[in-house]
Write a protein that binds this ligand. Sequence first.
Ligand code: AMP
Ligand code: MG
Length: 507
Amino acid sequence: MNESLAPQWRKLGHFEALGPAFFTYLQPTPVPAAHWIATSASTAQWMGLNPEWLQTSDALQMLSGNAATDGHKPLASVYSGHQFGVWAGQLGDGRAIMLGETEQGFEVQLKGAGRTPYSRGGDGRAVLRSSIREFLCSEAMAALGIPTTRALALTGSPLSVARETMETAAIVTRVAPSFVRFGHFEHFAARDMKSELKALADMVIDQHYPECRTAAALEGNAYANFLQAVSERTARLLAQWQAVGFCHGVMNTDNMSILGLTIDYGPFQFLDAFDPGHICNHSDNQGRYAFNRQPQVAYWNLYCLGQALLPLIGDEELTIAALESYKTVFPAAYATQMLRKLGLPDDAAGTAPEQSRFALLVNPLLQLLADNKVDYTIFFTRLTQAVQQAHNANINFEPLRDIILDRAAFDAWALTYSEHLTQTDQRLAADLMQKSNPRFVLRNHLGETVIRAAQGKVQGQEQGGDFAPVQQLLAVLQAPYDSHPAHADWADFPPDWATSIEISCSS
Ligand code: AMP
Ligand code: MG
């Protein structure tokens, strides 16, 4: 009866068509007593799937890795990568299994579905807490308009998984038009497998970057154009991360999507107090992936991709030129993002850098927020409200002054800001700010709160897991610009215990 609701699989997905050098066919390993934790109807709709399917037991079994798959063959792919700046050699889908590609062109992966030939001693599983974080953050990012892999469902099982302590297993169903990473290209380049490298690049270009075939730029070199297009998408992604205060935490080249999507949610964090040097990954001792280093790291990663593509581009200068655009696209995109948060348009073309709104308003503001450890999201929410309620550029800055210690410095900034605001249409500014400044982001303590409920650890009591809060938080994060009066506390300052949450790579 539910047959027609289930995903319709392509006989041969685009990735699968690349052939056996790229993956291994295998079945997910079943889990006992699979149960739902949460689902995203929004992702179902996005991928052209009827959300009602997610209420069927067929869906539960398929998305827990328990259903026999016929008509499509699941697979795990091989890739390599640079981890923390060092060549790590072969990695691969150690615990992600791609069920297949739907007729609509979406790849569906189960993360935590058991061991694969690329598990390297790992158990192929993912624990409940990290899976809840990946599920929620994928959907939070999508609602913020930030490119990301999506999450369709989250299922759990009482199956024990050993980490620092014993935990239980969960499986996130991830969906994306492609899960190809920079590391896939590095893998074949490192092995001098040029025909596989070319097949991979051709498939990705034909499917996702067809304009690179015909673009005249970079001497009409399709692979150079491709590298440039990836650099630009990555630059725009990084601009969005920085503007919303998102720290990824593990920007290894195997965690970089060739489509410029946010992928592999691990120890990520949305900043509470603005701290440019914030390190969200407890295992990142050197701070390689600190918040303010992310844009530079993305460029470094693109450079690795460039080296991998060099045999196809066939010209070192063209390769460098293709990467070069990152250095202009990132700052321009970041300036646009930050000015939108202030309700202001881009600077007119030809504005001298030192006269730009970025130099006069954004830089001093970020310095002020850092010096005073001001909550990043709340600052912009309050600024949005102040502008929305202002009469004739008469802004009541008191709610902002209240959260800043150095009031004199803030007053000086506010004066300059008011002057800029009077030069624009204030209603348009308020609208722009409303759309650019989320009230709700997935702060660590919010994730931790619903995780503890799901683990059955509420107020020190062990009880059955309560998964409803995951679905409730999802609903709020899927509409992050709305006010959600019933959950106003989720937009509030983090509690004191939030600083003691340590998120490591263990997942
Ligand atoms: P990550 O840091 O999560 O991006 O993972 C890096 C590599 O380790 C990837 O190849 C993963 O597939 C693999 N990996 C991480 N955790 C596990 C696990 N529990 N079992 C098998 N492979 C894993
Ligand atoms: Mg990874």
